[in-house]
Design a binder for this molecule. Sequence first.
Ligand SMILES: [Zn+2]
Ligand SMILES: [Zn+2]
Length: 133
Amino acid sequence: MALTGGCHCGAIRYRAEGAALNHALCHCRDCRRHAGAPMVGWTMYKSGDVTIMAGTPKVYHSSEHGRRHFCADCGTGLFYVNEQFLPGIIDVQSATYDDPDAIPAQLHIQVAERIGWMKHAHELPEHERFPPM
Ligand SMILES: [Zn+2]
Ligand SMILES: [Zn+2]
């Protein structure tokens, strides 16, 4: 199976081949702060299985060894690489797939740093679009 995806503006496009090693929803502070979101979904691949087809991501050093790749034009976060702790591995932000339903999330990680109210976020009232004004 091959999956394609890219950033919001379309400048960066990638292709991921084969099976993802896992799909985790990360609650760590670094992911939250970099994405500006309460959690971030990551699919893990062997480095050689992900090819950038168009564009060049900007690389941000988010920690001593952590490298976050994002689109410098629209800001979308795309990849995470940490050659120290995860050699030969690339994480792809799963919400950037053209078909984000293709690989269901499997687990929550780094819940030690989770925002308190996120534990029960799935129990909140739901609206097809917006609540009545
Ligand atoms: Zn972009
Ligand atoms: Zn994280």
